[in-house]
Design a protein around this ligand. Sequence first.
Ligand code: SIN
Ligand code: CO
Length: 390
Amino acid sequence: MKLILPDPLTPQRFLDEYWQKRPLLMRGALLGYTAPVQPEELAGLACEAEIESRLVLEKDGNHPWQARQGPFDAEDFASLPPSHWTLLVQDLDKHLPEAADLLEPFRFIPDWRLDDIMISYAADQGSVGPHIDDYDVFLIQARGVRRWMIHTREVSEDDYIPDLDLRILPTFEAEHDWLLEPGDVLYLPPNVAHWGIAQGDGCMTCSVGFRAPTLQEMVAAWSDELIRELIPAGRYRDPPLSLQRDNGEIRPDALAHVRSLLDQVMEIPAERRDRWFGRFITEPKGHLLVVPCDQPLAPGQFASRFEQAGELERNGWSRLAFIRGGEGYDYLYASGDEYPIPHSLAGFAEWISAQRRLPFSEALPWLRNPEGAELMARLHNDGHLQLPDA
Ligand code: SIN
Ligand code: CO
C-alpha cells in the first residue's frame, strides 16, 4: 500500500512544507483502504483488559462530553444510545498484525517517531469534540463518512471546558470544513484544533499517531541515566583553602570550584548520550512490555528452528531503531534494550529494522557469522523475534 500524495507533492516536499507545520487534506491518498477490523471485532478488543480503549458520549446539556475508560463488556455496548458516541481503541498496530500494515505508507517518517494506530468507530454524529492534540497525526477515513472541521489559529494549552473528562475547546470556529470519504487522509500537525463528526452510522477512522517526549521528560530521563551510570562515585572535596574574612560567605573561588567540578563530571562523550537516546526513545509505553521468551534457545538450536519455520516475525510490541556508532559498533535498540552490532555484521541493523517478517533465506549471511547467530538468538530469547508457532 502506498500513500498517493496530491500532485506535485513528493515525500520530501511533504516533509519540507507540511510535516510539523501545516495541515494537509489528501483526497483518495489511500484509495481502496478498508478498516482492518469489523466494528464487532473492535468492540471485542475493547473488552480485553490489556487493550486501552475509551467510549466518548456526547449528551445534551452544558457539559455534553463524557469519557469512559475500557475494558468494556457486552452490556456496555448494548446500552449505548442510537447516536452521538464513539469507541476508540489504541495500539491496534501492536495487537493486530493486519492493522500494522497501515504503518507502511507512512514510513517516510522515521520509525522511532511513531506511537501507534488508533481506530475509532462512531455512531451517527459521534465525535470526541473540538480539541487539540500534542502530536502529529494522519487521520485515515476507513469506513463511512466523517465531517472534519479544523482551524489553525493559536490555541492555548489551558483553553478547555473545565470539569470534563476530556480536553474540549470552549469555542471553535472552523476555517476548513471537509467531508472525508473512505481513502481520504488528513494530516494534522500538533496543536491544530480539529473536530470530526460521523455522518451516518458505521464511521471508522484510523489515526496513525506519532510521539514526541516533552523536554522535561527527556531531561528527567537523561539525568537519571547520568546519576545511575555515568557520574563517578565520590564526594565533594575542597580545593586548597585560604582563610576568609566573612565565614558566612560562599566565596567566588568556591563557586568556581563547584562549577568546574559539575562541568567536569557532566562532560559525557557524545556517543554515550546518543546511546541513551536510542534506549529512551524506543522504550515501550507502560503496559506494552516485551516479555522474554520462556524457552530460550542456544544459537545453533535457534538457527535450525528458524530454518524449519522458514521465517521469523518481529514481535508487534517491539520498537526497533538503530544508530551508527563510531568505534567498531552500531547499536540496535529494541524497546529500550541495547544490542551492540559489530561492524563485521554491517547491514544487519538496517535489514532487521526494515521489515516485520524476516525470511530465513535473507538471514543466512548473518546466521553464518557466529556473532550474528548469537545476536539473532538473543533477540529471539528476549522476545523481540518470534518463531511463527511460538
Ligand atoms: C476520532 O477518531 O474520532 C478522533 C480522532 C482525533 O480527533 O484525534
Ligand atoms: Co484529535
